[in-house]
Design a protein around this ligand. Structure first.
Ligand code: PXP
Length: 398
């Protein structure tokens, strides 16, 4: 979720992507555990920053960034007003633009650096106090920018497609088409970042032949969904998919109904995770968006959690949907902060996906039914491309 950042611009000469800058600033605030504070960023031209530079610092001419920590002018009654404000950062886009050209970086990358610099000032760092502090601040700034560039949020949210539903149609006739292996190839050609299949104990859709051929033909990543069942574990260890997702599995259910109760079966799941990790297979746990489950997943060595989006998708009114969305957003935030990688899925469709894809803590969405259903009418290639466009538009790439 974005932090409370207000971005305004007094200059119209440059086309600024404030959503992107907001996302980067949120990431920076999160790194300093101040994402719940407020901060304002104002973009101005050289003339305006020169005036401010002169008025507040007695200096002549423009500068690139000025920071005004809130505490400087704060009301001296913190007991009455809860101070959650960090302060204001003012940046001259004109100077930043010249610097970006000199440094051969993009304007938005230069602005990000200046926001980083300004934020560190708001947090009390000051390079003008001593050489030692200047070196410290420079090192911190450089490190933050490197971390930001390698952070997950620099990438678009991935779309992995579940092709079980193609196999369900095949099984209805008991013949050999439509083939989920062909479907997987079409999804990949249309831009999917991964293929998901659930090998169920009762083999009601995907079967052993499918997983074997998919392992050989998938060019992106194969995510094998499975219950923690002895026979399926053996198959997964031999198959070596790129990752597995452990789900609760009941024979009577139509589809996976709820998340795993990780907290309630830590020992059994930890054993499966250890076996998979030994074989070099990362494990994701499909869980409801609850802190207790996230903590349990971390404690037993999961690499990923996949947050169950079913209740959010099934909500019957907007208020309920917003509540469910907030649960997903905060579970994703908590998991991400703990160092878990975060995926999400179940029930997502062409209306509900955008909001989930806009969460920069979520790395990958696993979507099946909605895409395969649409494919019946518009073709699989188009159905995938339409969903990809939704995901792409929602996840702003840094
Ligand atoms: N994630 C998990 C763990 C699932 O079990 C499923 C359903 O097979 C999905 C995602 C995809 O859900 P849907 O088919 O509703 O998009």
């Amino acid at each position: 979720m974005p932090a409370n950042i207000t971005i305004n611009s007094n200059t119209s000469r440059y086309h600024l992507n404030s959503k992107l800058l907001q996302r980067r600033a949120t990431w920076l605030m999160r790194q300093h555990q101040v994402a719940n504070h407020e901060m304002s960023i104002l973009f101005v031209d050289d003339q305006e920053i020169s005036w401010l530079n002169n008025h507040y610092r007695g200096k002549t001419g423009p500068t690139n960034v000025l920071s005004f920590p809130f505490a400087d002018d704060a009301d001296p009654c913190p007991g009455i007003i809860p101070i959650q404000e960090l302060g204001d950062i003012i940046i001259s886009v004109e100077t930043a633009h010249k610097e970006a050209i000199d440094l051969k970086v993009s304007l938005h990358d230069r602005l990000t650096w200046l926001i980083t610099h300004g934020l560190l000032h708001l947090l009390g760092y000051d390079h003008e106090r001593s050489e030692k502090e200047a070196e410290e601040m420079w090192a911190l700034e450089t490190n933050l920018i490197h971390q930001l560039q390698s952070s997950r949020s620099y990438q678009m949210t991935h779309l992995a497609i579940n092709v079980d539903h193609v196999a369900t149609v095949r099984q209805a006739r008991g013949i050999n088409e439509p083939d989920p292996v062909t479907a997987a190839a079409i999804c990949e050609l249309a831009g999917a970042a991964g293929i998901v299949v659930h090998l169920r104990e009762d083999r009601r859709h995907i079967n052993d032949r499918d997983v074997r051929l998919l392992r050989e033909t998938i060019k992106t990543r194969m995510n094998l969904e499975m219950g923690a069942n002895k026979e399926i574990i053996e198959i997964a260890l031999k198959l070596k998919p790129d990752m597995i997702t452990l789900v609760p599995e009941k024979r009577q259910e139509l589809t996976t109904e709820g998340g795993l109760d990780v907290a309630g079966q830590k020992k059994k799941l930890a054993k499966t995770i250890a076996k998979m990790n030994k074989a070099g297979i990362p494990v994701s746990l499909f869980i409801d968006p609850e802190l207790k489950q996230v903590q349990a997943a971390l404690a037993i060595g999961a690499t990923y959690v996949e947050l169950h989006t079913g209740r959010y998708c099934d909500a019957t009114n907007e208020e309920q949907r917003e509540e469910e969305y907030q649960l997903i957003a905060s579970a994703a935030e908590e998991a991400y902060q703990m160092g878990l990688r975060v995926n999400a899925g179940h029930g997502l469709d062409y209306q509900t996906t955008s909001k989930i894809a806009s969460l920069d803590t979520i790395e990958e969405l696993s979507i099946g039914h909605a895409i395969i259903s649409r494919a019946v009418f518009v073709g699989l290639d188009q159905a995938v491309r339409e969903m990809l466009a939704i995901v792409r538009n929602a996840s702003i790439v840094f």
